[in-house]
Every structure is written in structure tokens, then in C-alpha cells.
Design a binder for this molecule. Structure first.
Ligand code: SF4
Ligand code: SF4
Length: 243
């Protein structure tokens, strides 16, 4: 069974410790930044931020609600990014058999700009990014190197509130159901986001659209777009052209 995160947003205080721990473990450089009138910084995921705490404000019956969403790759059970990646360059995106971590390898520099856009479009959560300098595709690695040695992912290790949880999938599903039952007493809209499809399960306390646009997979694991389908058909021809 794969490893799974439970991210309990009811416990997140937006301290951003997880975001910083991720940068430290992966030795990712700082981004040049500026005041944009929001605590969300940087404004989006990028090759130097595999993890981003999103801040969202909205009015709910005249009351201001402030939602926090520590965004990252969901390590999908059947990852659409890998399926699309395999159409173009098989084996460049892999899934670790032991942990279930979906990994962009060093070979991802081979993707053309348009092929990368197809991989990004295939992701139901808009996660993949590309480093313009190296050409590498980037995203959360589940800290696979740490997990293989029995350690927690860096973001889970530092979270001071219990919002970030990690372990065996069955244990995390059990914890998710039990936390959901508790949280629903205070937040009746509480729900789990796509628990059957992903190994990073979010417990939300508000409607998904009140966090950000890719909180849940919408038509996510449904049929391919026409463009993606045509790319799949082109695969055997591309292979023939190489021989
Ligand atoms: S969330 Fe996106 S990038 Fe992560 S495994 Fe799923 S499809 Fe791939
Ligand atoms: S470390 Fe925990 S509490 Fe802090 S932002 Fe991340 S998930 Fe939220």
C-alpha cells in the first residue's frame, strides 16, 4: 500500500513552516519577491516552491472567512501526469513502487515546451512546473529520500499543529474519517477532497472553490481532452520515426 498524507486544513494556522521546510530540504533558492497585499508568497507554485500555502479571503453571509490551503502534488494513485508523460517519453515520470511517490526524473529535460504543457494540462490540480534554466519538470517528491529511510517528509516533520499527517494509507484514511466526523460538528460543510484517487488527502472545512481553483479534481480523472487523445494516437508514429 502507498504512503499517504492527510492535510487537515481545520488545524492549519498558515505559519508556512511546511513551505520553508520543503525549500530547506530540497535546497531550493529564495524567490525575488514584493508586497502584493497578501500573505500568500510567492503568488503561485514555481520550480523553487514545491509547496505553497495559499490564502483565500471571501465573504460568507457578511462574515469574512480566511482559508488556508497548503498546496502540493497529490501523488495520484493513477497519475495522469505520468500517463501523459509516457505518451511522449516513457519512463521520464515514474511512480515509486514502495511509497507510491510520483517522481519527475532528471530525464524530464527531454520534453518540448508543448509536451510539457500537455503534462501540466493532464494534471487535475495544476501542479507541474518547469525550471526555465535547466528544463527540469518540478513538483513535490514526497521527500521520497527521507521516507525510504523511515523518516517523515520535511513538511510533516515541522508542522506544529497536527495539520500535516503522513503514514500508511489505511491509517491515514481511518484518521481522515475520524477527523471529518469531529470537524463536521463545527463546520457542517467539511469534506475530504478526492480521497479515493489521491495519496494527499485534504480535509476541507469550506466549499472547495473558497480555497482556490484546483482544490478538487473537477473533471479530473474523467475522459482525456481531444488534444490529449490525439497525442496518444500519435505515440506509435513517433516511435516508428525513431527506428
Ligand atoms: S497531482 Fe498532478 S503532478 Fe501530482 S501525481 Fe497527480 S497528476 Fe501528477
Ligand atoms: S506547517 Fe502546518 S500549520 Fe503551518 S502552514 Fe504548514 S500545514 Fe499549516
Amino acid at each position: 500500500m502507498p504512503k499517504t498524507f492527510l492535510i487537515d486544513t481545520s488545524r492549519c494556522t498558515a505559519c508556512r513552516g511546511c513551505q520553508i521546510a520543503c525549500k530547506e530540504w530540497h535546497e531550493l533558492p529564495a524567490n525575488q519577491t514584493r508586497q502584493r497585499g497578501s500573505h500568500q508568497n510567492p503568488p503561485d507554485l514555481n520550480p523553487n516552491n514545491y509547496k505553497l500555502v495559499r490564502f483565500s479571503e471571501h465573504l460568507d453571509n457578511g462574515v469574512i472567512r480566511w482559508n488556508f490551503f497548503p498546496d502540493q502534488c497529490r501523488h495520484c494513485d493513477v497519475p495522469p501526469c505520468k500517463e501523459m508523460g509516457d505518451v511522449y517519453h516513457e519512463g521520464t515520470i515514474i511512480q515509486d513502487e514502495k511509497t507510491g511517490a510520483v517522481l519527475f526524473t532528471d530525464k524530464t529535460t527531454v520534453f518540448t515546451g508543448e509536451e510539457f504543457e500537455q503534462v501540466r494540462e493532464a494534471c487535475p490540480y495544476d501542479i507541474p512546473r518547469r525550471d526555465p534554466k535547466t528544463g527540469l519538470l518540478s513538483k513535490c517528491t514526497m521527500c521520497n529520500d527521507r521516507v525510504q529511510k523511515g523518516m517523515l517528509p520535511a513538511c510533516v516533520k515541522v508542522c506544529p499543529t497536527g495539520a500535516m499527517n503522513f503514514g500508511e494509507r489505511a491509517d491515514m484514511l481511518k484518521l481522515a474519517e475520524s477527523r471529518l466526523a469531529t470537524v463536521k460538528k463545527t463546520w457542517p460543510k467539511a469534506m475530504l477532497a478526492d480521497p479515493g484517487d489521491v495519496n494527499v488527502i485534504f480535509l476541507l472545512i469550506d466549499d472547495p472553490e473558497n480555497y482556490h481553483t484546483h482544490t478538487v479534481a473537477q473533471a479530473a480523472f474523467g475522459p482525456m481532452t481531444k488534444k490529449q487523445f490525439l497525442a496518444t494516437l500519435a505515440r506509435p508514429f513517433k516511435a516508428m520515426a525513431k527506428v
